[in-house]
Design a protein. Structure first.
Ligand SMILES: [Zn+2]
Length: 413
């Protein structure tokens, strides 16, 4: 069947701007704040739920607050095609991160419904709970619950006001004790597709509206402590020092080098020096290292090289070290079949094709544990995200959503 309908760009834009008002500060510079299960985020969940109802989907919120809207297919037993993202934001975030994926999915499914396009598989739109992790310090809660990866201990985490995750769920009238009811079994989901803003400048530099994600890089986070000796900055000769600041400087440069060598990324984002006085040689430092690569094996080589370098530096400078692995998330590969389908659909729509890796984490990273995933990136102005200045143009959002619409039809027919 030849699809002649198009998504409605103005309608999509209107919903984006409407959702963007929920949790928006009157100070424009403060952007949008919808922390997980806050009053604002619950309002956003209800906004999405109402939209789903309005367009005639079967809508509900599951025990962990995922908002789900289903357009039924002809074969109730067939695995569902899932599409979505999230509506929670970071503190002082923007209007597009997550929101575009949910509202684009709603616009795409609305178009399918209006055009009476027959489907074999149901399409399920999901707005996942707490992707960002900004309130309780850990994210992907809704998608982890669905993938069967949620650990009960998360419910004991507390926000900065001492409210536990369990209490926040109960206050919002969800049933966290039923979190296992949310788990999907292998074969329940045919594919999960997520459209998301790029949050980087690659598409903008290439002057392209959209991109097709090939894989999602998973991070390893290391906390490193170096101990040396705190001495007088004037009285201690250069040859007699155990200065952790010069040690950490060498390691920062090595992280850059290793990332360049392996075509991955490596970042030292936090460095603290103690005692932190202008005339005292620092004797202790704590710093972070974030290492990412789309290949888990290569990422491990990067980490091994960093460990070796730390050992060498410490030996040379007579320092001691301790390294704690704070986080380790497996990278995910997008389904080659879905990447090809997105590519073919771009060709048919006369959109340029650009395949690129994704550096940030998304719900799709988690959903890759239970189903094939695909991701569409939409150009971010100046690459800015997690910031009130986050912006994607109406036409770029519409192009991404048009691609999403055609891809969903092909997957669900
Ligand atoms: Zn996001």
């Amino acid at each position: 069947m030849v699809i002649t309908s198009n998504i409605n760009s103005d309608r999509l834009w209107r919903t984006l701007m409407e959702l963007g008002k929920i949790g928006a500060s009157c100070e424009e510079a403060e952007g949008v704040t919808r922390l997980s299960l806050s009053r604002e985020e619950l309002e956003a969940k209800h906004y999405i739920y109402q939209l789903m109802k309005e367009i005639g989907l079967d809508a509900h919120m599951d025990p962990v607050g995922n908002v789900i809207g289903t357009l039924q297919g002809a074969e109730p037993q067939a695995p569902v095609v899932m599409v979505g993202s999230h509506t929670d934001t970071v503190f002082h975030g923007g209007r597009f991160d997550g929101a575009l994926g949910v509202l684009g999915a709603i616009e795409a499914v609305r178009t399918i419904k209006e055009a009476n396009i027959p489907l074999t598989h149901a399409i399920e739109i999901v707005s996942f709970t707490d992707e960002e992790g900004s309130r309780f310090g850990t994210g992907y809660i809704g998608s982890k619950a669905m993938a069967g990866m949620l650990k009960e201990t998360i419910f004991d985490l507390k926000d900065k006001d001492g409210v536990s995750y369990r209490q926040a769920f109960i206050d919002a009238e969800f049933n966290p004790e039923n979190y296992k009811d949310v788990i999907r079994q292998p074969g329940d989901i045919k594919a999960y597709i997520e459209m998301h803003i790029e949050q980087a400048k690659v598409l903008e530099e290439l002057d392209l509206p959209i991109g097709i994600v090939t894989d999602i890089q998973g991070p390893v986070w290391l906390d490193v402590t170096l101990e040396g000796a705190t001495d007088h900055a004037g009285a201690t000769p250069m040859t007699m020092r155990k200065d952790v600041a010069v040690g950490v400087a060498e390691i920062v440069l090595a992280v850059e080098n290793i990332a360049l060598t392996y075509h991955g990324v490596g970042t030292v984002g936090i460095i603290t020096l103690e005692p932190g006085a202008v005339n005292v040689i620092p004797g202790r430092t704590l710093f972070s290292i974030d290492v990412r690569h789309s290949d888990k094996g290569i990422r491990q080589q990067m980490v091994n090289d960093i460990y070796k370098k730390i050992e060498v530096v410490c030996k040379k400078r007579r320092l001691t070290s301790r390294i704690d692995v704070k986080k380790e998330v497996d990278p995910a590969v997008c389904s080659p079949k879905i990447v090809t389908l997105l590519e073919e659909t771009c060709h048919a729509l006369r959109y340029p094709v650009k395949k690129l890796p994704c550096g940030a984490g998304h719900d799709s990273l988690i959903m890759s544990k239970v189903t094939d995933i695909g991701m569409i990136f939409v150009r971010s102005k100046d690459g800015i995200s997690h910031n009130p200045k986050e912006w994607s143009s109406q036409s770029d959002c519409a192009i991404g959503t048009e691609l999403l619409f055609h891809t969903l039809v092909k997957l669900a027919q």
